[in-house]
Write a protein that binds this ligand. Structure first.
Ligand code: GLU
Length: 300
């Protein structure tokens, strides 16, 4: 905002809504987007929109256009330009290079199926640990590959992902916390919360097909966009531990977080992009008004 004194600009809270264009938006997205919009307004802050489109196999231009249409229909106003992650791969490469210089990354060559088989094999005598999303933890097999062998396989063109050496990273930073803004002062989830990234094991920071990952790009973008307040669903609560770790390793500022309730379908499961009955386009086609959407998500 040109013309605004520096101190005032620095104090302006910056919110963002960051959907992935891999399906049409549903009521759960409406809740997140409207909360960000309302909270930004109430705080005299800014609202940014970010398109998280690093997954080329699942993202489609028509879904991205639908995001703009559906948000505008809801009455949400965001700042231009919109940041599209696919246009900023160099920013993520630069962050990876900084972590690599700290010797915290290593290549892993296995496929997802191979990792599941390895975990099953090792877990024979007891349950193999799983990450907070339920996927088996990576058993760390590729860490044992010698430098020379890594070089040979990479030079031979074998695809690889880059993983964070979680134990080494945690040893580097010590204990971490994040600031969670609850429903109000005194609420149980208000205040600093301990971050436990170790639950995720050696997370992938760059995928075989793209030089980044969800965790890395979110952290880099939140910092580059000056985001001070992250309002997102409770399903990303545990991811925040990894985000705080990466922010600390990369020397980036920590936003405040608010993880809001999730809307559930009639079976008590999280809403999904394939459930037509809760899709914003379908509801709009049925003649539902934006004000009714607010009521449906419990905001008025
Ligand atoms: N792109 C993520 C999603 O659509 C959200 C990322 C975030 O808010 O940190 O689930």
């Amino acid at each position: 905002m040109p013309g605004m004194p520096e101190e005032r600009r620095m104090a302006t809270p910056v919110f963002r809504f960051a959907p992935s264009p891999n399906g049409y938006l549903h009521l759960g997205h409406a809740l997140s987007a409207l909360m960000n919009f309302d909270m930004a307004r109430a705080a005299g802050g800014r609202l940014l929109l970010r398109i998280e489109d690093i997954d080329e196999t699942r993202c489609r231009p028509e879904y991205e256009q639908a995001i703009y249409d559906d948000l505008a229909w809801l009455g949400i106003v965001w700042e231009e330009p919109v940041r599209r992650q696919s246009a900023h791969l160099d920013d993520y490469r630069a962050a990876l290079a900084r972590l690599d210089a700290q010797e915290l990354l290593y290549p892993s060559f296995e496929s997802r199926a191979e990792i599941a088989a390895l975990a099953a094999e090792r877990g024979r005598l007891g349950a193999w640990p799983r990450d907070p999303d339920g996927a088996p933890l990576y058993p760390g097999t590729a860490k044992a590959i010698s430098r020379a062998e890594r070089r040979r396989r990479i030079d031979a063109g074998e695809p690889y992902a880059l993983r964070l050496d979680m134990a080494a990273a945690i040893a580097r930073v010590g204990e971490l916390a994040w600031m969670e803004m609850g429903r109000g002062p005194g609420a149980a989830d208000h205040g600093p919360l301990p971050a436990t990234p170790v639950a995720w094991g050696d997370v992938i920071l760059a995928r075989k097909e793209t030089p980044t990952s969800y965790h890395l790009s979110v952290v880099v973008d939140d910092a580059l966009q000056g985001v001070t307040m992250v309002v997102r669903g409770q399903d990303l609560f545990h991811a925040t531990g990894v985000h705080r770790l990466l922010q600390t390793l990369l020397g980036l500022p920590a936003p405040t977080y608010h993880h809001h309730r999730l809307l559930l379908d009639t079976d008590g499961k999280k809403l999904s992009k394939s459930t037509r009955s809760t899709g914003l386009r379908e509801l709009r086609a049925q003649g539902v008004a934006p004000a009714e959407i607010r009521k449906m998500v419990g905001l008025s």
